[in-house]
Design a protein around this ligand. Structure first.
Ligand SMILES: [Zn+2]
Length: 268
């Protein structure tokens, strides 16, 4: 009997560490059942980074840009680009940070530290960094979530994890690989998140791109309302270098940086 109690204790402890504290509570299970009832049986037709419903820029003539930084997590993805973050803080440049549950578990102290700084918003990059699908669509060798229930866990369990450590529920969700299927997009909205992608791919995820190429992509690609994607979990210095060179140039061109949450109404 005693060993069974101990086993249950460790099981609960383990699943708490893995999924955040709320995944087994009644409210969570009930809302997951509602989502399963609502979306199961609908066959997705599109699997893309650009499907209808996904936001990718701010619709404006104002010279504003949003920097979004993903923290992907996992074996090779748990790094922290301290130089980049310190640069943002020193220069008071706001950014929207998309974190996975994996990254948060490996860097909880840093996630809390960043959440306390009003320059940054912590947003949802999924619990396990999976492409968001209701039928296991696959991209770049990564298998997406398998069912509505699985996709719900990917989004909602991480939203609750973020709320637990930051006190604020995330408003935006970007899956691992940034791919959604069309049913998963509807599910994303139903959980209270806006599906959020980008208009400028910095290219920092491609290891062979030198910093100059990342720099050029930002300077040549920029338009009023652009949203840049880069990573804060890769500390090889390329994006930091490119961004540091780009900021004075962009400022000269009349641009300033904003957080996505301040411009929700004009996302397109
Ligand atoms: Zn990622």
């Amino acid at each position: 009997m005693k060993s069974r109690v101990i086993a249950v204790f460790f099981l609960v402890l383990f699943s708490t560490v893995l999924y955040g504290a709320d995944q087994s509570d009644g409210d969570y299970v009930k809302s997951r059942e509602l989502m399963v009832a609502k979306f199961s049986g609908i066959k997705p037709k599109i699997f893309s980074q650009w499907a209808p419903g996904i936001k990718k820029k701010m619709e404006t003539r104002e010279k504003i840009i949003a920097l979004t930084l993903d923290a992907c997590g996992g074996k090779k993805g748990n790094g922290y680009d301290k130089k980049l973050i310190d640069y943002l803080i020193e220069n008071k440049i706001p950014a929207t940070l998309f974190m996975t549950g994996l990254w948060i578990d490996a860097n909880t102290d840093k996630a809390v530290f960043l959440a306390r700084n009003s320059l940054f918003d912590i947003e949802n990059h999924g619990l396990r960094h999976k492409p968001c699908s209701v039928c296991g669509f696959r991209i770049y060798g990564r298998k997406g979530t398998l069912t509505v229930s699985d996709a719900y866990d990917e989004i909602e369990a991480n939203a609750r994890k973020i709320k637990n450590i930051t006190g604020k529920r995330p408003q935006f969700y970007r899956p691992g690989t940034a791919y959604f299927d069309d049913v998963a997009i509807k599910l994303t909205y139903a959980t209270g998140h806006i599906p959020m992608n980008f208009s400028i791919v910095s290219g920092d995820a491609v290891k062979t791109f030198p910093w100059e190429r990342l720099y050029r992509r930002m300077i040549k690609g920029v338009k009023p309302g652009s949203i840049i994607i880069a990573h804060m979990n890769q500390a090889d210095g390329r994006f930091y270098r490119a961004f540091k060179e780009a900021v004075p140039k962009l400022k000269k061109m009349g641009y300033r940086f904003v957080k996505l949450s301040e411009y929700r109404e004009i996302l397109k």
